[in-house]
Design a protein around this ligand. Sequence first.
Ligand code: HEM
Length: 482
Amino acid sequence: MEAPMRWTKKYGKFYGIFEGPNPILISTDLDFLKEVFIKRFSHFHARKPFPIAPDPNDERGVNMVIAMGDKWKRLRLNTNPAFSALKMKQMSPLINDSVTRLLRCLEKRCEEGKPFNIQSEFQGLTLEVIASCAFGLSINSVEDRNHPFLTACRDLFNRLGNGRLRVLVAFMFPEVRRLLWKFFIFLRLFIKTDPFSKLRALGFEAIAARKAIHDPKKRRVDLLQLMLDTQINSTNGQAVSNSDQEELSGLNMNGETGPTVQSSGELKTKKIADRQGLSEEEIQAQANLFILAGYETTSTALTYTAYELAKHPEVQCRLQAEIDEHFGDDTEISYDTIQKLTYMDMVICEVLRLHPIAPQIIARQCVESCTVNGLHLEKGLVVAADVWSIHYDPELWGPEDTFSPERKAHRHPMAWLPFGAGPRNCIGMRFALMEAKIALAGLLKRFSIQACQETQIPLKKVERATIVPESGVIVKLIRREM
Ligand code: HEM
């Protein structure tokens, strides 16, 4: 976590490291990063290769994070509409249901009057929400902390943090990556109880269950259904609905240069092929990915927010005033009202600036040699943003590195990177922010979060697949006078 910050202080805005034999250029030069991530995207559309992963061009079972080139573009084009503002609004009642259950649990915590780890409450919430939206499953992990789905996901994230030796071997000898991956797939044929296999099986079950529903009145609007609809639409020769065309125009291999998908190199405009619907294997792979990408990240964002609010009661009071002004006694926290909470937005932005959750993934691989701002970059080179140094840069954010939501009025498009940047940024950003805001509005309307003796300040963090508090965040809840 701290190493790139130290190196940036020592070597400046550009320097290189090797991961095994693989060269990585690390930079904090915002204009250069803007070229790589946004403007020259057609030369940098691949991610840094994952140490142990399937072949990115593999037709089956590749998810959007791993896929490259035309394969990635087709997955993203087909999935983007599911994350539009309209679809978020339609999905928000599902989130509200889970938040209502969360509030009942928090009511009990408050009555007990004892300190508790708020991270595990948020984990129950975000897993329930993403399982509902990505798989159509009702798992009630908000109340049932030992739900097999929740334990499988926790187990999976703990495992992702282990296996450093495997990762080291894969970095040192890139040619064994695919072999290692095939070996693990082979093992899974026999060990059907591992969390990956469980998730995969659940994904296929969910697709089959959804396909068996023929009554349009029973149709749910969720991520799974919207991905299945791409199959129907493409059979009709209409891969995406007209209302989604606008959303799709935002995805552009050329970054900022206009709505048409065009590029140099191998990425050509292939409108029909791009919009060909998703296969079942692909839907299952994306649904699994959403569980992994949406569960721990969003619960961690909520946990860091609780930590900062507990430490800064004055910010919490101002946020509560904003929530009271907009919500009155309504029980349902509507999507439209959430959009009006400008201070809430500033608070979350500031939390994610101080606590980036997945900065290590914000990197691109050069797929075609080129020169960017006078620097020649060879095909295969990985360019990574040093997110920590950028987020804590006093020239960008002012001399204080304390929590101060008001400072948001900013800046360069590459100065704030919690969700990455460019056409390959986080597809779930809108979803995560909506969920976090609904949860916080519900919570802060009824309770105040209070730091106590057990609250670890400063917070120790640990780097696993994401960067999380080492032992959660312990707080107390106090009921508000209404
Ligand atoms: C606070 C919560 C979240 C954070 C901080 C976060 C962060 C990130 C980051 C940093 C990236 C890499 C972006 C880049 O390389 O430019 C990413 C990618 C991604 N995220 Fe998120 N994420 C969050 C929530 C979610 C949710 C809820 C979902 C799905 C429901 C999701 C799905 C994805 C996917 C599929 C990608 C890969 C996109 C691609 O390669 O085209 N994320 N996320």
